[in-house]
Design a protein around this ligand. Structure first.
Ligand SMILES: NC(=O)c1ccc[n+]([C@@H]2O[C@H](COP(=O)([O-])OP(=O)(O)OC[C@H]3O[C@@H](n4cnc5c(N)ncnc54)[C@H](OP(=O)(O)O)[C@@H]3O)[C@@H](O)[C@H]2O)c1
Length: 331
């Protein structure tokens, strides 16, 4: 058996390109005591990967040049030297952009393909779902009847944020790029409205759609979008700074103009990183799993086929070419 992996060949300057990656082949590693050999079936592509390709200081160390790209996968256990796992089990891993990998059994979480498609454990029932749940519940703290706005609303995190806010009794307005995404957000996900920031004036649309202002803004985008929302936030409102994808490939930081609104309206602005809640993942996975089983949460995926296409998938994701959770089908 031969392993194939994608390593980072060079650091991007500005936008990521396919030249920043290289495919390598080699033997498949053997598991030692306590370890497990996994065949990866699904690879998750996520916006944070752009940050890991940079050597700027961040909340987690970046990938080194020549190192396998980081990423979560769902895979099948082929060989196990951990008594808790057996061949055929499906597991959630951090093995990255490769077809096979060896991991410590204690670091692998078993997932159940009979409850949901295996790929969902990388999205709705995985890291993006957890991000939506804790970011909204703990930082956004929405109350029934309040107005919640979420950007990148058709995406992995945004789609769950908006649906949870609806389930919790809020009025929900999404912001997404293009008519297809906005129609999906309204008609399929059940948001009250969706603003197409590519064809509409976001400021004018917010004035019409949120006449009583915004109580919670769940930020996935940053840049001019955040600046515009600052003008609509209510007294004692909350902004969940979950992601700033519009800034990830920029060579200059965006210059915010409306920060005065934070002072005047006593807005609580808080960054969130999902793993700060890792002790409570069980609570969120139970809530998300139950809502999914009761058909109260809808979910959409964008799939590229084959490991070699992972770089293209990441580049598309960073440009908004995905429509739903971006994945690579490896097998
Ligand atoms: N803090 C955490 O722990 C954590 C965890 C997971 C994710 N995140 C963050 O959450 C955000 C969403 O992640 P995701 O995995 O759910 O991705 P996603 O929303 O499924 O995909 C990214 C989306 O961002 C939008 N986008 C890209 N460039 C944009 C731009 N310049 N202006 C406006 N929108 C743009 C695109 O949607 P449109 O076509 O609608 O523009 C694109 O589809 C990201 O910022 C990510 O970094 C944070």
């Amino acid at each position: 058996m031969e392993n194939r992996k994608i390593v980072m060949a060079s650091r991007p300057a500005g936008w990521v390109t396919e030249e920043n990656f290289r495919v390598e082949t080699g033997p498949v590693a053997k598991p030692d005591e306590g370890e497990v050999l996994v065949k990866n079936l699904w690879l998750s592509l996520d916006p944070y990967m752009r940050g890991r390709m940079s050597d700027a200081k961040s909340y987690v160390k970046g990938v080194d040049i020549g190192e396998v790209m980081v990423g979560q996968t769902v895979g099948e256990v082929l060989e196990s030297k951990d008594p808790k796992l057996k061949p055929g089990d499906h597991v959630l891993t951090q093995l990255g952009w490769q077809l096979y990998g060896v991991g410590a059994g204690k670091d692998l979480a078993k997932v159940d393909g009979s409850r949901a498609p295996l790929s969902y454990y990388l999205g709705l029932l995985g890291m993006p779902g957890l991000t939506a749940y804790f970011g909204l519940k703990e930082i956004g703290q929405p109350k029934a009847g309040e107005t919640v706005v979420v950007s990148a609303a058709s995406g992995a995190v945004g789609s769950v944020v908006g649906q949870l806010a609806k389930l919790w009794g809020c009025r929900v307005v999404g912001i997404a790029g293009g008519k297809m995404k906005c129609d999906f957000v309204k008609d399929e996900l059940g948001f009250d409205a969706c603003i197409d920031y590519k064809s509409e004036d976001v400021h004018g649309a917010l004035r019409t759609l949120c006449p009583k202002g915004v109580d919670v803004y769940f930020e996935n985008v940053g840049g001019p979008m955040l600046d515009t929302l600052l003008r609509h936030m209510n007294l004692f409102s909350r902004i969940v700074v979950c992601g700033l994808i519009a800034e990830y490939n920029a060579t200059e930081p965006y210059g915010y103009k409306n920060l005065r609104a934070i002072l005047v309206n006593r807005i609580k602005v808080q960054g969130m990183i999902v793993f700060d809640w890792k002790d409570r993942y069980g609570e969120a996975l139970k809530a998300l799993g139950e809502a999914y089983a009761q058909k109260k949460l809808k979910y959409r995926e964008s799939v590229v086929e084959g490991l070699e296409n992972a770089p293209r998938g990441l580049i598309e994701l960073l440009k908004g070419g995905n429509f739903g959770k971006q994945l690579v089908k490896l097998a």
